[in-house]
Design a protein around this ligand. Sequence first.
Ligand SMILES: NC(=O)C1=CN([C@@H]2O[C@H](COP(=O)(O)OP(=O)(O)OC[C@H]3O[C@@H](n4cnc5c(N)ncnc54)[C@H](OP(=O)(O)O)[C@@H]3O)[C@@H](O)[C@H]2O)[C@@H](O)CC1
Ligand SMILES: Nc1ncnc2c1ncn2[C@@H]1O[C@H](COP(=O)(O)OP(=O)(O)O)[C@@H](O)[C@H]1O
Ligand SMILES: [K+]
Length: 508
Amino acid sequence: MQLEQDRRPAVAAHSVAAVRAAEGAALAGLPPGAPDALMQQAATAVAVTAARALREATGGIAGRAAVLLVGSGDNGGDALWAGVRLRRRGVAVTALLSADTAHPAGLAAVRVAGARVLRVSSPPSATDLAPLAAADLVIDGLVGLGGRPGLREPATSLVDRIPASAVVVAVDVPSGVDVDSGALPGPHVQADVTVTLGAAKRCLLLPPASTAAGRVEVFDLGFDVPPAPLRRLDAAGVGALWPVPAPGADKYRRGVLGMVAGSAGYPGAAVLATSGAVRAGVGMLRYVGPDDATRAVRSAHPEVVAGAGRVQAWALGSGVNPDADDDQPAAIRSALDSGLPCLLDAGALEVWAAGVHRDPDDASDRLLLTPHAGELASLLGTLGLPRERADVEERPFEHAHAAAELTGACVLLKGATTLVVTPDGEARSQAEAPAWLATAGAGDVLAGVAGALLAGGVRPLDAGAAAAWVHGRAATLASRAAGGGGGPIAASDVAAHVPAAVAEALAP
Ligand SMILES: NC(=O)C1=CN([C@@H]2O[C@H](COP(=O)(O)OP(=O)(O)OC[C@H]3O[C@@H](n4cnc5c(N)ncnc54)[C@H](OP(=O)(O)O)[C@@H]3O)[C@@H](O)[C@H]2O)[C@@H](O)CC1
Ligand SMILES: Nc1ncnc2c1ncn2[C@@H]1O[C@H](COP(=O)(O)OP(=O)(O)O)[C@@H](O)[C@H]1O
Ligand SMILES: [K+]
């Protein structure tokens, strides 16, 4: 079941240990019996969200069929108490218990409320599984914070039999994910909505687990959680970072970007990367590249100045062939030697990783690497950590962080969710783009946008995250411009919509 997605609001995602500590501190300050009050609040949030999702999916609430998947811990308790509330609204509720024990008070209450309760055998019988086939709504309370990655039977069979037509609401996290790493070690719930309690968990921002969460709703339980290193920027967060020219600004003080991009084989990459930078509002852009690419760039963007000169930052490598017999690798090395902030994309990653120009002590706060998963795997191999693309895709955060630690640079890993990670584990996760953005040349536009921000004095972590937001939002706007619910886009359409995306971020 597909529900309408939100605009991905700002959220900070916390580790299990941080949430447990906050929970402990909150409980220590409460009178006896209050832990139950927290569960009652949590259950109300789950029930309200589930009822809304049920109405959105089926047009009504009373008379619909809900199945609660109930594990042995408090996550199951939340689901049972949510079931009690749904019974009061006329929903036919069946609780499937996946373990010998279930939250005792919740179980008693759901029985009194008139729910059917089945203890599922392992492996489950056809009778155990039958209620799932008829479910309009499934509430996943198998495991939450206390879940170890990799579900056991009979939970795995239950998850496997959730019908595609049912709306699925996960309590706290989709069961089966690795809550802290965001990995998907085996069968897991695929939720339409996740109601996360007290504070968002890391798996809700980290792919691939984040793709199992659906729409995320954070329900405040009054916990005092310390600031989290992993966050998602929203429009206001991007707007606060974006360099807006002061009334007395001039083009030089706004920031000049130097760009080494394109090659005889890929002159279009130079056009797209320069488009990204120009549309993101760079003060001035100096382009360095072979004659054909220079002509193409100038014909698309007469405002671009050809040739090297004084700049505040460099965007390097989009469309560059590191093995070509042209001047581009030498131009990249010379830019790296300048000591200025540099974005390293595509061919520049190879030039830098292979050369004497790699000095981890010099990289922090100066370098922004922008690989996709395949490029990150090759980079890690060059750094002595051989990896396949599939390894990176299974644990993207871990591998981006490893590259950041090994190089001292900030690493922006492109994908459906783009991660930006520093060596000390500070990270941003941006997922604003429609899948239409998976199109050739889109990464070149991103390099231009992020380069413009570096030239404007924005630090690599913020430049990467803000550029990813604007790039993703521009892709959405470009796709909507096609009409209907959104259509295909070309990378140049994304660049054309960058100003509108920036304007949205800056809107009060
Ligand atoms: N934080 C808060 O303040 C609040 C938290 N609240 C809620 O409490 C939840 C945390 O509850 P929790 O600590 O009882 O753990 P929970 O997630 O239910 O799982 C533990 C049980 O699962 C089992 N189990 C484990 N791994 C498994 C596997 N792979 N496959 C199968 N089974 C597995 C394990 O059994 P065992 O393996 O030990 O036999 C154990 O009994 C939290 O997510 C939120 O929903 C709210 O009520 C309000 C305030
Ligand atoms: N499934 C997807 N959904 C949304 N955005 C995506 C998806 N796949 C890729 N992207 C984005 O598209 C861009 C592709 O960049 P890249 O892989 O460098 O391609 P190219 O080299 O052709 O420019 C990146 O910004 C990436 O984050
Ligand atoms: K769950």
